[in-house]
Design a protein around this ligand. Structure first.
Ligand code: ADP
Ligand code: MG
Ligand code: ZN
Length: 476
């Protein structure tokens, strides 16, 4: 009889924090500067330079810990993780091993299997490494230290997940919490959120966990789901053949849908961790915790409740809108200007979703402003433009955040409200289409649709369809 297997998954998630400056020096964290321009003696590991902790980093780490039900470590330290690699100029990474800032938390996820808590073993603060560039020259590799010292938190889960759906629900939950906190934009494709997947399989009913592998290089939810399926199958096949899974780090190649062994897994002892003597221990006071608690934003579930009461929009809309910080902000800010929650929600639910999908864009990257969306809604309310022109303007606004008032003016898209002009156009359409007119008189109601269409065309789309209808019926 075939054996049945269960998958066991734990995640190590790195998140780049949104502080303006690096974790231990004043250099900018801005992405994309010319190589080695955001650097100083500290983040390039010069002898004699001394790190100083950025308080904002500590505050973000604590805020994430509080939002994920962690205990905050009141006396915490930094440790040196020693290893040689050219992207690591000090030959050690400043991280936390013995006393990480947060421990023993959990987040609640919901999947088709119902609700479940995923434990968080710890969250620690650490610095990012520089970036090696291998591809462009044949005889050498170059290094850019702009990213060296960019603040990270690493969120280590318990091995509580059992399938790809749970992993994705967990990551989405974490991402939303962190985005709501403003602690990071959490973009997998840009590397501001990176997930390493630890996975093992065991026979259903077994008490002990199997040997795990760790997979790196996963930069989308889809890649993560595929990597989980691929690695699970690979491990089961090894066990079925009587072999043993080796504990190692593997690199997922999403194009080939296969993972490759990178290196055997190091133990903590291989890194010769020891407390960093350059940084003083951190004592987190009650006042600091209270202050951070007081600043915590409204999270999704509270937001959903409030939307239901305050705006009365459908629950489905609320789900989608609160599923992204940017969408929720846009919704609230636009509604604050125009006071028409349902109309705002419609734009966000229909046209915005369509264009996001078309562009494979993350809602966090939406560029148009609440002011401009409110202006567009006002233009349709006053019937200055009709709904198909509005969609056209919206699409341009979605891509370029244009001011709809100015755009409509400039392109001459206003509905022609001159009844005389409209009436004479309709008269012409009626004269030109005797067949449709006859059909209409013979009871073919549909013929009127054609005549409205012809009129709209003659008016270059700039007419109010309701007004055309009324005049047409009157003239017929
Ligand atoms: P290390 O210290 O070697 O990195 P950890 O104990 O910190 O190992 O665990 C790293 C990650 O691997 C955690 O997210 C944990 O949940 C997960 N993990 C540990 N053991 C297993 C296992 N047998 N199967 C799947 N995941 C595991
Ligand atoms: Mg680890
Ligand atoms: Zn620096």
């Amino acid at each position: 009889m075939a054996k049945e297997y269960e998958t066991v998954i734990g995640l190590e998630v790195h998140v780049e924090l949104a502080s303006k400056t690096k974790i231990f020096c004043g250099c900018s964290t801005a992405f994309g500067g010319a190589p080695n321009t955001h650097t100083c003696p500290v983040c390039t590991g010069m002898p004699g330079s001394l790190p100083v902790l950025n308080k904002q980093v500590l505050e973000y780490a604590i805020a994430v810990g509080l939002a994920t039900n962690c205990d905050i470590t009141r006396y915490c330290k930094f440790d040196r993780k020693n290893y040689f690699y050219p992207d690591n100029p000090q030959n050690y990474q400043i991280s936390q091993l013995y006393l990480p800032i947060c421990r023993n938390g959990y987040v609640e996820i919901e999947t088709e299997n119902g609700k479940k808590q995923v434990g968080i073993h710890e969250i620690h603060m650490e610095e990012d490494a520089g970036k090696l560039i291998h591809d462009e020259w044949e005889d050498c590799s170059l290094v850019d230290y702009n990213r060296s010292g960019v603040p990270l938190i690493e969120i280590v889960s318990e091995p509580d997940m059992r399938c790809a759906d749970e992993v994705i629900a967990y990551l989405e939950k974490l991402r939303l919490i962190i985005q709501y906190l403003g602690a990071s934009d959490c973009k997998l494709n840009e590397g501001s959120m990176r997930a390493d997947v630890n996975l093992s399989v065991r026979e259903v009913g077994a008490k002990e966990f199997g040997t795990r592998t760790e997979m790196k290089n996963l930069n989308s939810f889809r890649a993560i789901a595929r990597a989980i399926e691929g690695e699970k199958a690979r491990q089961i096949e090894i066990l079925e053949e009587g072999g043993k899974v080796i504990q190692e780090t593997r690199r997922w190649d999403d194009a080939k849908e296969y993972s490759y062994a990178m290196r055997s897994k190091e133990d903590a002892q291989d890194y010769r961790y020891f407390p960093d003597p350059d940084l003083t221990p951190i004592v987190v006071s009650d006042e600091m915790i209270d202050e951070i608690k007081a600043k915590q934003p409204e999270f999704r579930s509270e937001k959903m409740e409030r939307y239901k009461e305050q705006y009365g929009i459908p629950e489905y809309d609320i789900e989608i809108i609160t599923g992204s910080k940017r969408m929720a902000d846009l919704f609230e800010e636009t509604t604050a200007i125009c006071n028409q929650p349902k109309k705002v929600s419609n734009w966000l639910m229909v046209e915005t979703q369509r264009l996001l999908k078309e562009e494979s864009m993350d809602p966090e990257d939406i560029r148009f402003s609440p002011e401009n969306l409110a202006k567009l809604i006002a233009l349709t309310d006053s019937k200055a433009i009709n709904s198909s022109v509005a969609k056209e303007v919206f699409e341009v606004m979605f891509h370029e955040n244009i001011d709809p008032d100015a755009y409509v003016e400039e392109k001459g898209l206003k509905t022609v409200n001159d009844e005389g002009a409209l009436r004479s156009t309709i008269e012409q359409v009626i004269a030109d289409n005797p067949k449709s007119v006859e059909d209409y008189h013979n009871g073919k109601e549909k013929a009127i649709g054609f005549l409205v269409g012809q009129t709209m065309k003659a008016m270059k789309g700039k007419a109010d369809p309701a007004m055309i209808n009324t005049i047409l019926k009157e003239l017929l």
